[in-house]
Design a protein around this ligand. Structure first.
Ligand SMILES: [Zn+2]
Length: 327
């Protein structure tokens, strides 16, 4: 069969005895709209140029977009992106690139089911579409046609909600809110530690904002590497989120991978005047990069807006733990 727009029109419509190519969804508790919602989410991210090559990661942006549609459509069950992300593989146009050691996930014969978001992120590097389909989705005209097929086939009674929803950038809204409010401290009971999806979105928004206020540079060494929409720095929590639930921007630091790792292990800390204090215990051999000890006594690179500077009580906590470790 030629994989043209008509082929994917059939693929995106419900499976029936008249359309054996159609999308196969569970109907045990009413029609489960997980797959069409995931497809709409992927298409939206292609339209927003968030997905630019044919690689679909289980990213904070994808999860936030999936949640947005889910809530907008007022579906009573809890959203779970893991199910459609895994099961779409059976529909023939959605494939997996596995992480090393998880090659079984690529095979269409595999009986192994990985449906949790954390399991999928471990096993799957990214999902990708048939190249023919990706090409059609990059083109605005065929993309709109396929969006309409999804809406007409699955959500014909909710077209207005969906149109409103499509114009809303969910992840940007979450991030902007964080930036406007300066972030927040959660109560322990607000945090469901088993809810990986929400944690990925929350962490993703924190990272996006913290790294952007630091100009995507490491506050310790100044490193900045940009590659399209990716960059090399993390949004590190000064007081760990797992203990303090503190997602305020001034509990954050933009750090490259090495210095994030070192900071979390208290290999260096920060004084109240934002100078760097490096542990004497490090034995470094660093022929091609500046050794950490060189930064001892230097001032951190800080955001322009002083309300985003690391909070003194947060760095005092970190320094106290550092001093206990080296004692
Ligand atoms: Zn660094």
């Amino acid at each position: 069969m030629i994989k043209d727009i008509n082929y994917y029109r059939l693929k995106f419509s419900p499976r029936s005895k008249f359309n054996k190519e159609g999308l196969n969804v569970s109907r045990s508790a009413g029609v489960a709209p997980n797959k069409p919602i995931l497809l709409l989410s992927v298409i939206e991210l292609i339209e927003r140029s968030h997905i630019t090559d044919n690689r679909i990661y289980l990213s904070p942006e994808l999860i936030a977009t999936f949640f947005k549609f889910w809530h907008e459509l007022e579906i009573e069950r809890k959203p779970d992106i893991g199910m459609p992300f895994f099961h779409l593989k059976r529909d023939g146009f959605w494939h997996f690139k596995s992480n090393l050691g998880h090659e079984y996930i690529e095979s269409s014969q595999s009986k192994v089911r990985v449906r949790t978001v954390s399991g999928l992120r471990q096993a799957v590097e990214y999902a990708y579409l048939d190249p023919e389909l990706f090409f059609l989705l990059k083109n605005p005209t065929s993309r709109n046609e396929l969006i309409l097929v999804l809406i007409d086939s699955w959500f014909s009674d909710k077209t207005q909600q969906l149109e409103r929803s499509l114009s809303m950038d969910a992840f940007a809204n979450i991030s902007d809110e964080l930036l406007t409010e300066g972030g927040r401290v959660y109560q322990r009971e607000e945090i469901d530690t088993s809810d990986t999806q929400t944690a990925i979105v929350r962490d993703g928004a924190f990272r996006r904002i913290v790294t952007s206020v630091y100009g995507h540079r490491c506050a310790f060494c100044g490193l900045q590497i940009l590659n399209n929409q990716e960059n090399i720095v993390d949004g590190a929590h000064i007081k760990p989120f797992s203990k303090f639930y503190d997602d305020r921007i001034n509990n954050g630091l933009s750090l490259c991978k090495n210095h994030h790792w070192a900071f979390d292990r208290f290999w260096f800390t920060i004084n109240d005047d934002y100078t760097i204090l490096v542990s004497d215990n490090l034995h470094e051999d660093s022929p091609h990069a500046t050794p950490m000890k060189t930064f001892h006594g230097q001032r951190l690179l800080l955001p322009n807006n002083s309300s985003h500077h690391p909070r003194l009580d947060a760095i005092a906590w970190h320094r106290q733990t550092f001093l206990e470790k080296i004692a």
